[in-house]
Design a protein. Structure first.
Lengths: 198, 336
């Protein structure tokens, strides 16, 4: 990386690490992300069924990544609104793994503690806690912990649904646990020490 | 007898129990044997991937490693390299891990390093990950399915709902189209059902947004239910527990939110197969859906057992007899 000249600083490139943000996100994404190949055509945002609720369309977010706007990107609600429907992924002319990039950005936002609405990160974390405890998802535990914390006002309108799910035998009262939980724990603990760097 | 390794996924034991029960009834007539992967764990759904990458993929890959081990132990006759998942999210996660571990060898190496801590190992590409409907349409075949039909679903107007995570991103090019696949249409037609055109067939049901951003999810659910209703569907057919859960269990809350009054039941396609194969609703988990399929199935002479409250009495039509879809939304739909 060449030394920063005044011209470059005036152009807004005031930190060397800004230039590497796009690359960093690409490297942290599973598979070969093709993120660097984005041509800003906007097909992604145009294909998105939930773009109306996003702070930035995926195209805009990728331009911000290229511009090194780390904080703005990690504060954006876009990755959290993404429903992983893969419409943009199959339409992208550059085959950018857009949904997977969104997963990477969620992880980075959690680590940087930058996304202010905690509902979505908490839900993911609660789900993961259940899986790390039982090896299986546990819907009743997940739902009760999550709704009490984040949507107490939704509870009255949800009661009939929850009651129906339980009386119709569609929600187990007790969690199921896998046999070799110790094995899974060892795998996950070891996995947490690893990072994708190359 | 065709044998497959089977990854049920967590929902099949709880919210989508009806899917499992109905699936069990169609295996034998179609000469299928499913061998459950021993001690499988949750695939992490769409939650773990956004938290921590290597653990998320290791969680998924433990299932692949167990399946591959089971395949090798069963050496010889009847062994299989195909893993079947009935849930679209599980299917995608398993297929994705298998594919990305190949596409990005460094990911494969890290995941295997973690697996080895637990005495496991997985060679990406060793298994074929496929969805249940893929097996039914492409291995069993629509003709064989048609030959088992004893109670054709003639007169039942069904909206075929494929959902999003099944036909996309489609790493192994298994589907007829990414946005308008016809596999489910073909299968339902073979059952004798009146399959309607349903352009939103691969639109998203909202996924986990019902839990974290309900307004976003309700709009997605409304689009699907409203369109199926507009096109005269009596019931939707799904291939995914998450789609069933969102459309079924959250339809009431969605109606509250928009001031609408939709009653669009959604059944698993295996439940409709079971009916067509002559099974009774009780054996197929029909009746545990929260939006009752009672009125819909009455069209084919099937009586759904009442499990809780009886279906609301139908209001008498007022005025001239008009097609239902023309009068449905009057004064009911509130634009946000």
């Amino acid at each position: 990386m060449p030394h920063m000249t005044d011209e470059r600083v005036r152009a807004g490139l005031n930190r060397e690490e800004d230039l590497s943000l796009l690359h960093e996100v690409s490297m942290k994404t599973a598979g070969v992300s093709h993120l660097e190949m984005c041509i800003q055509c906007g097909t992604c945002g145009g294909s998105c069924p939930v773009a109306q609720d996003m702070d930035h369309t995926p195209r805009m977010l990728f331009a911000m990544l290229r511009a090194g706007m780390r904080e703005e990107v990690l504060r954006s609600n876009t990755p959290w609104i993404c429903v992983s429907c893969y419409h943009c992924v199959v339409r992208c002319p550059q085959e950018v793994h857009i949904a997977d990039v969104m997963y990477t950005l969620k992880g980075m936002a959690i680590q940087a503690k930058l996304y202010s609405d905690s509902t979505a990160p908490h839900f993911s974390q609660t789900f993961v806690d259940m899986v790390e405890t039982f090896g299986r998802s546990y819907e009743l535990g997940l739902a009760s912990r999550h709704y009490l914390k984040h949507f107490p006002l939704r509870l009255p309108s949800m009661m009939p649904m929850g009651f129906g799910m339980i009386t119709k035998g569609r929600m187990s009262i007790m969690p199921k646990k896998i046999k070799h939980m110790d094995q899974l724990t060892t795998i996950l603990e070891h996995a947490k020490t690893l990072e994708l760097t190359s | 007898m065709n044998k497959y390794l089977f990854y049920p996924g967590c929902s099949m034991e709880s919210s989508a129990k009806a899917y499992m029960e109905s699936l069990n009834t169609i295996l034998e007539p179609l000469d299928l044997t499913f061998e459950e992967i021993d001690d499988w764990n949750c695939c992490g759904a769409t939650e773990y991937l956004g938290i921590n990458l290597i653990p998320a993929y290791s969680l998924i890959a433990r299932n692949l490693a167990l399946a591959a081990k089971q395949k090798n132990n069963a050496n010889g006759s009847g062994s299989t390299r195909t893993v079947v998942a009935p849930c679209s999210a599980c299917y995608l996660n398993l297929a994705k891990a298998d594919y990305y571990m190949q596409e990005r060898p460094s990911l494969g190496a890290k995941v295997n390093e973690a697996l080895q801590a637990g005495g496991l190992q997985y060679t990406p590409g060793a298994l074929d990950v496929r969805h249940l409907i893929d097996i039914l349409v492409y291995d069993v075949g629509v003709e064989k399915i048609r030959s088992k039909v004893v109670r054709p679903l003639t007169g039942l107007r069904v909206a075929p709902y494929m959902g999003c995570m099944l036909p996309r991103p489609d790493y192994k090019h298994r589907w007829s189209d990414h946005e308008h696949p016809t596999e489910l249409d073909d299968l339902l037609r073979a059952l004798g059902a009146d399959v309607i055109d349903f352009p939103l067939t691969t639109e998203c049901c909202g996924g986990h947004m019902t839990q974290i951003g309900p307004e976003t999810a309700f709009e997605l659910i409304r689009r699907l239910v409203a369109d199926a209703d507009d096109r005269g569907a009596q019931v939707m057919a799904t291939v995914c527990p998450m789609c069933q859960m969102n459309i079924d269990a959250y339809q009431n809350e969605m109606n509250h939110f928009f001031g609408t009054d939709y009653h669009m039941p959604i059944l698993f396609f295996t439940q409709l197969m079971g009916l067509a194969f002559g099974r009774e609703p009780e054996e197929l988990g029909i009746g545990v859906e929260l939006v009752s399929s009672r009125n819909a199935l009455a069209h084919i002479g099937v009586e759904v057992p009442v499990t809780q409250e009886p279906a609301a009495p139908k209001k008498k039509d007022e005025g001239l007899p008009m097609p239902r879809r023309w009068t449905k939304h009057e004064g009911k739909e509130v634009v946000k």
